[in-house]
Design a protein around this ligand. Structure first.
Ligand SMILES: [Zn+2]
Length: 63
């Protein structure tokens, strides 16, 4: 085990990334691909889950 070695999890794929200057230029992501994926999700709003799905509550009201 090496001290001074900070590791984080890639927010996209949960892979362990070494938080080291120069070694992981895309930190906290493991790669440029994961970074772009994360940015892309934000841009397209996929991280917002629309909760417009109406649960059939009316069934319980009519009881
Ligand atoms: Zn990743």
């Amino acid at each position: 085990m090496v001290l001074n070695e900070i590791q984080v999890h890639c927010p996209t794929c949960d892979k362990i990334v070494s938080w080291h200057k120069g070694r992981s230029p895309y930190r906290p992501f493991c790669s440029e691909r994961c970074r772009l994926i994360d940015l892309g999700e934000w841009a397209s709003g996929e991280k917002y889950i629309p909760s417009q799905e109406k649960v059939s509550e009316s069934d319980e009201d009519q009881r």
